[in-house]
Ligand binder design. Structure first.
Ligand code: FAD
Length: 892
C-alpha cells in the first residue's frame, strides 16, 4: 500500500534549537507568496528516514473568525550536532536564483556548506573560513568533492546563478518540488535549511509494493525507471549545472569517500570495524569501470521511497532527497535504485539480506534485467553487464558506510532516525556480508538485455521504439547497439583518428598503434564485437566446434557476435564506416570478415580451431589473395596461380597483388585462390587454400599505393608464392570448389563494403554541413549560397535512396540467400561507391584546398570509396549481372 505524504507525519520532535518564530520571520521575508500575517505556524515532522530532518510547515490565517490552513511548505534542515564531512549537505539540494548588483561589487559566493567568502574587490561578507583557489576560480575546503563556488552558483551573463533543484524545476521536465529559499545562517533555526513546495501524493515505502495489484506494480516500476531516465537525460551544461561537480573518476572518489567515512565512523572508541569492509574497498579499487565518467547528473540516493507519486495516476511528481547529488557516473544511481533485487531494505532484518532475487519477485514487478532494459532503452545507454557487479557492490559498500555513520550518530545521540538507528550497526554487517557474497558470484546479469520481442517485456513506452512496424524499423536491441556504437565512435574513435594517421605516415607506419588494441578490448567489453556474424553461420561453427551451441565458451565474450541478421548488422556497420579506422576495432573490418565467413561456412573443425578462433578473438588478422597482376582478374577464371597436390601437401606457385591486409604485422593467415586442375571445367579449376604467412616461400614483394595512400599498417601487398608447401588438409571444402566459396564469401563481404560506404557518405554530409555553416565566401556563408543548398539536398536524396537499396539487399540476403539475391547485391555494390563518391566529392569541394589535404578525413574516405568501384568486382561486372537478370526475366 502506498502512504500518502501526509500519513508520514509524526508529532514534531523539537531538537531544542528550532525556533518557529524565527522560521516564520525568515519565510515571510524570503518565500514569495508566503502569507504576510500568519496567525499560526505549525510544524509536523516527517517520521521516515534518518537523513536530514524534514518538516511540514502549515501556515494558518484567520478567515471569518476561523483559523484555516492557508499554505503548506516543507522545511528541510541539517541535523544538529557534529556531522560527517559532506553528509547532510542540504545546500546541495537547493538552488535559488542569485542576483547580484551586476558584477560590480556585491557578488556573494557560498560554498557547499553555507560558508561565505568575499572575493577580491567585493564587499566583505561574514563567516569567512574558506580559501580562494585561483585554479578553480572558487573556494576550496576540506572535501575532495568540492566544487568551486562559481560552479555552485554559476553566473550567467546577468549575474544570476542556478543549482540543482531550481535548475531542474525551471528548465526540465524532471519532476522535482519547487524550492523557495535556502538559509545558510545557522542562527535562524540552528542549522542551514531550505523551504520547498509540499507535494501531496503517494510514497511507497516498501519496494515490494504490498497491497498493490500486479498491474499497478508494473506501472509503478515503469514510472520509476522513467523518472530515473529523465533525470539522467538532463543536459547539465545547458541548464547551468555544468560545474555542479567533478565529472571524472566518480567511482574512484566514491570508493575513497565512503571508505574514509567508514573509517571515521569506526575509529577508536566507536563501533567495531569489519575487516571484510576493508577487503571490499580493495576489490572495488581494483575493479573501477574503465568508463568511470559519464559526467551526467547523479542523484546519489535514488530509491522508490524517495519518489512522490501522483495521488491517483502512476507517475512520479517529485524526486526527493538531493543531498548527495553531483555529476558523475550515472550507473551508480541505477545500481542503487535496484537494491531491492539484491537486498531487502524494508524491514530491519538483521539476519539475512533477502532481496527479490533471493526470495521472489513480487507479481507484476519486472525482473532486474527487464527494469534495466527499460532504463537503457529510455536513455540510450549501453547494457551494463560488464561492470554491473562493481556498481552493485559499490552501492552496498556505500550502504554499509552509511549504516556505520547512522549507528555512530545514534551512539553520539544525534541520529534523527531515532530507534531505527539502533539496529544500524547490525544492518551494516548484513550489507557487508551481502556485498562480499555478491562479488564472488559468477554471473550477476545476462550478457544481453532481454529480447525486444519477449512477451513479458514490461515497458510500454519504450516499446514505441519497436512498436512501429515496417520493413526498415530497427528493433530495440539494434537501437541500443547503435547508440552504444555512436557513443563509442564519438568518444573513442574520432578522437584517435589523427593519432592513427600520424603513425601511419611515420617511419613506424607498419606497426599497430597500441591504442587500437586497447580499443578492441573495450569494444569486446561493450558487446560491440564480431557483430557482423550472421546467425546461421555462427550456428554451424558452434555446432562443429562445441557440439552444443548453448554451452559455447564464446557465448560469454561475444565471440560469435550478437546473433544479428545481415539486415540488423546493416544499421550498425554503416556507423563503423564513418571512420576508416573503426571497423577493425570492432573486429568487423575487411578482409577479415569475409575470411572468417569462409571459415565459419566451409572450414573443417580443425581449420576453425587453428584459424577461426584466433581471428574471432582478434588475436591475428588475415588476407585474401585472388587478384593477379598479369591477368584480368575481374574474371577469376583467368587466374594462373597453381595449387598442385604432392603427397600430403599442396605446392603453391604464382604472384598475387592487391592482397589487402597482408602488410599488417598481425596478419597470419592467407586464403589463396589458385588453380588445382587447369584441365577441369571452367568453374571447377579453382581451389582455395589456407596458407600461414610464415610458410617458407611466401614473399612480400612490395606494398601498393592507392592514390598516394598505402593504408598502413594494413596495406595492400604484392606477394610472390615460390614453391610454398602447405599441408593437404589446408584445402578449403575440396579441390575445384574455389568458385563456390567465392560466391559465398563475396556476398556478405561485398555488402559490408556498401554498408560502410553509407557511413562514409553520412560523415561527408556531416562535415560538409558543418563547414558550410562556418565558412564565408563573398560575404555569405556557404550554407547561404543557393547552388550549395541544392547540391547538398541532392546528396541527401542519393544517400537515402542508396541506404534503402543496401538495407533491401541485406534483407534479401537474409531471406533468399546469396544466389537469389545476387541481383540486388550487384545493384548495391554499384550504387553505394558511386553515391559515396558524389557526396564526398561535394564535401571536398566545400572545403576548398583543405578538402584535398590530409587535414580532414574526406580525402581518405574518398580514396577508399573510389577503390570500391573496382575492388570486389568492377562496376561493369556487376552491371553485367544486373542486366543479365533483367533480360532473363524478360524472356520468362
Ligand atoms: C584497394 C584495393 C584493394 C583490393 N583488395 C583485394 C584483395 O584483398 N584481394 C584480392 O584478391 N583482390 C583485391 N583487389 C583487386 C580487385 O578485386 C581487382 O582489382 C578487381 O577485381 C579488378 O581486377 P583487375 O584489377 O585485374 O582489373 P581487370 O580485370 O583488368 O579489369 C579492368 C577494367 O576492365 C573493365 N571491365 C572488366 N570487366 C568488364 C566487363 N565485363 N564489361 C566491361 N568492362 C569490363 C573495367 O572497367 C575494369 O575496371 C583490390 C583492389 C583494390 C584497388
Amino acid at each position: 500500500m502506498a502512504s500518502r505524504t501526509s500519513d508520514l507525519l509524526v508529532q514534531f520532535q523539537p531538537d531544542g534549537e528550532l525556533n518557529l518564530n524565527s522560521l516564520g520571520e525568515y519565510a515571510k521575508e524570503h518565500v514569495h507568496g508566503f502569507p504576510s500575517s500568519p496567525v499560526k505556524i505549525g510544524l509536523k515532522q516527517f517520521g521516515y528516514g534518518q537523513s536530514n530532518p524534514t518538516y511540514l510547515m502549515e501556515v494558518s490565517s484567520t478567515e471569518g473568525g476561523t483559523e484555516v490552513v492557508k499554505k503548506k511548505y516543507v522545511v528541510r534542515k541539517k541535523p544538529p550536532g557534529k556531522l560527517l564531512q559532506s553528509a547532510h549537505a542540504v545546500e546541495r539540494e537547493f538552488q535559488r536564483k542569485y542576483s547580484c548588483c551586476g558584477g560590480q561589487s556585491c557578488c556573494l559566493y557560498v560554498c557547499l556548506h553555507g560558508h561565505t567568502q568575499q572575493m577580491k574587490g567585493y564587499d566583505e561578507i561574514p563567516n569567512t573560513n574558506l580559501e580562494y583557489h585561483p585554479k578553480v576560480n572558487g573556494f576550496v575546503s576540506w572535501n575532495d568533492d568540492w566544487v568551486s563556488v562559481e560552479a555552485l552558483y554559476q553566473r550567467d551573463g546577468k549575474g544570476n546563478g542556478t543549482l540543482v533543484l531550481e535548475a531542474l524545476g525551471v528548465h526540465t521536465q524532471v519532476p522535482v518540488p519547487k524550492v523557495f529559499c535556502l538559509c545558510t545562517d545557522s542562527s535562524v533555526i540552528g542549522t542551514p535549511f531550505y523551504i520547498m513546495e509540499y507535494l501531496e501524493g503517494r510514497i511507497y515505502l516498501n519496494p515490494k509494493l504490498p497491497g498493490v495489484t500486479p498491474e499497478k506494480r508494473n506501472a509503478i516500476y515503469h514510472a520509476t525507471a522513467k523518472a530515473l531516465a529523465s533525470l539522467h537525460s538532463v543536459n547539465v551544461d545547458s541548464i547551468g549545472l555544468g560545474k555542479f561537480g567533478r565529472r571524472n573518476d566518480y567511482c574512484k572518489r566514491q570508493v575513497e569517500r565512503w571508505g574514509k567515512q567508514y573509517m571515521i565512523s569506526t575509529s577508536e572508541g566507536k563501533p567495531p570495524r569489519d575487516p571484510k569492509m576493508l577487503e571490499l574497498a580493495s576489490w572495488l579499487q581494483q575493479h573501477i569501470p574503465l568508463e568511470d565518467s559519464t559526467g551526467g547528473l547523479v542523484h546519489g540516493d535514488f530509491r522508490i521511497d524517495n519518489l512522490v507519486f501522483h495521488p491517483v495516476e502512476d507517475k512520479v511528481i517529485g524526486i526527493l532527497d538531493w543531498e548527495l547529488s553531483t555529476l558523475g557516473n550515472q550507473m551508480c544511481d541505477v545500481a542503487y535504485s535496484t537494491m531491492p533485487y539484491v537486498m531487502d531494505v524494508t524491514d530491519d532484518n538483521t539476519e539475512s539480506p533477502g532481496g527479490f532475487e533471493a526470495t521472489r519477485i513480487p507479481d507484476g514487478i519486472p525482473s532486474l534485467a527487464e527494469f534495466l532494459a527499460e532504463y537503457c532503452s529510455l536513455t540510450g545507454k549501453p547494457w551494463p553487464a560488464v561492470d554491473w557487479k562493481f556498481y552493485v557492490a559499490l552501492s552496498l559498500f556505500r550502504g554499509a558506510s552509511i549504516y556505520a555513520g547512522v549507528y555512530n550518530r545514534w551512539i553520539l545521540g544525534n541520529a534523527s532516525g531515532g530507534k531505527r538507528a539502533q539496529v544500524a550497526g547490525k544492518l551494516g554487517t548484513v550489507v557487508i556480508d551481502c556485498a562480499y557474497t555478491y562479488i564472488r558470484r559468477k554471473s550477476v546479469l545476462p550478457d544481453h538485455p532481454p529480447s525486444a520481442t519477449n512477451p513479458k517485456q514490461f515497458a510500454t513506452e519504450s516499446e514505441g521504439l519497436s512498436k512501429d512496424s515496417g520493413k526498415f524499423v530497427p528493433s530495440r536491441k539494434i537501437l541500443e547497439l547503435r547508440n552504444k556504437l555512436l557513443k563509442f565512435m564519438e568518444t573513442r574513435i574520432y578522437p584517435m583518428e589523427s593519432k592513427f594517421s600520424e603513425l601511419a605516415q611515420s617511419n613506424m607506419r607498419w606497426t599497430v598503434h597500441p591504442e587500437e588494441e586497447n580499443l578492441k578490448e573495450l569494444a569486446k567489453r561493450e558487446g560491440l564485437w564480431n557483430l557482423w556474424i550472421p546467425l546461421d553461420s555462427a550456428a554451424r561453427a558452434k555446432k562443429l566446434l562445441f557440439d552444443d551451441a548453448e554451452r559455447t565458451p564464446g557465448n560469454g565474450n561475444n565471440l560469435f557476435g550478437a546473433g544479428l541478421s545481415n539486415l540488423e548488422y546493416g544499421y550498425l556497420c554503416e556507423i563503423m564506416g564513418r571512420s576508416v579506422w573503426a571497423p577493425q576495432v570492432f573486429n568487423c573490418g575487411a578482409p577479415d570478415t569475409g575470411n572468417m565467413e569462409v571459415l565459419l561456412r566451409y572450414g573443417t573443425k580443425e581449420q576453425q580451431q587453428e584459424w577461426l578462433i584466433p581471428l574471432l578473438e582478434g588475436k591475428i588478422r588475415s588476407a585474401f589473395a585472388m587478384t593477379e597482376p598479369q591477368v584480368a582478374s575481374s574474371d577469376a577464371t583467368n587466374i594462373e596461380c597453381s595449387i598442385s597436390r604432392q603427397g600430403n601437401s599442396y605446392i603453391i606457385n604464382g604472384t598475387k597483388w592487391w592482397t589487402s591486409g597482408a602488410m599488417d604485422p598481425r596478419c597470419r593467415l592467407l586464403i589463396v585462390m589458385g588453380k588445382s586442375d587447369f584441365n577441369a571445367a571452367k568453374h571447377k579449376q579453382q581451389s582455395m587454400i589456407l596458407v600461414d604467412m610464415k610458410t617458407p616461400g611466401v614473399h612480400v614483394k612490395r606494398p601498393l599505393m592507392v592514390f598516394g595512400f598505402d593504408d598502413a599498417p594494413h596495406g595492400h601487398a604484392e606477394l610472390v608464392f615460390e614453391n610454398v608447401r602447405v599441408p593437404a588438409n589446408n584445402i578449403l571444402l575440396g579441390e575445384g570448389r574455389g568458385f563456390e566459396i567465392a560466391q559465398g564469401r563475396l556476398g556478405p563481404g561485398r555488402l559490408h563494403h556498401c554498408m560502410r560506404l553509407i557511413g562514409a557518405a553520412e560523415r561527408g554530409m556531416q562535415i560538409m554541413a558543418q563547414r558550410a555553416l562556418q565558412r564565408r565566401v563573398f560575404g555569405k556563408l556557404i550554407a547561404e549560397q543557393g547552388s550549395f543548398l541544392s547540391d547538398m539536398a541532392k546528396c541527401r536524396v542519393e544517400l537515402e535512396k542508396t541506404r534503402l537499396l543496401v538495407l533491401e539487399a541485406a534483407d534479401q540476403l537474409d531471406r533468399l540467400g546469396n544466389k537469389k539475391s545476387r541481383g540486388i547485391l550487384a545493384m548495391a555494390k554499384v550504387a553505394a561507391p558511386n553515391m559515396a563518391l558524389e557526396v564526398l566529392d561535394r564535401a571536398i569541394q566545400v572545403h576548398g584546398g583543405a578538402g584535398v589535404s590530409s587535414d580532414t578525413v574526406l580525402a581518405h574516405l574518398w580514396v577508399t570509396a573510389r577503390t570500391l568501384r573496382i575492388a570486389d568486382g568492377p562496376d561493369e561486372v556487376h552491371l553485367g549481372t544486373i542486366a543479365k537478370l533483367e533480360l532473363q526475366r524478360a524472356k520468362i
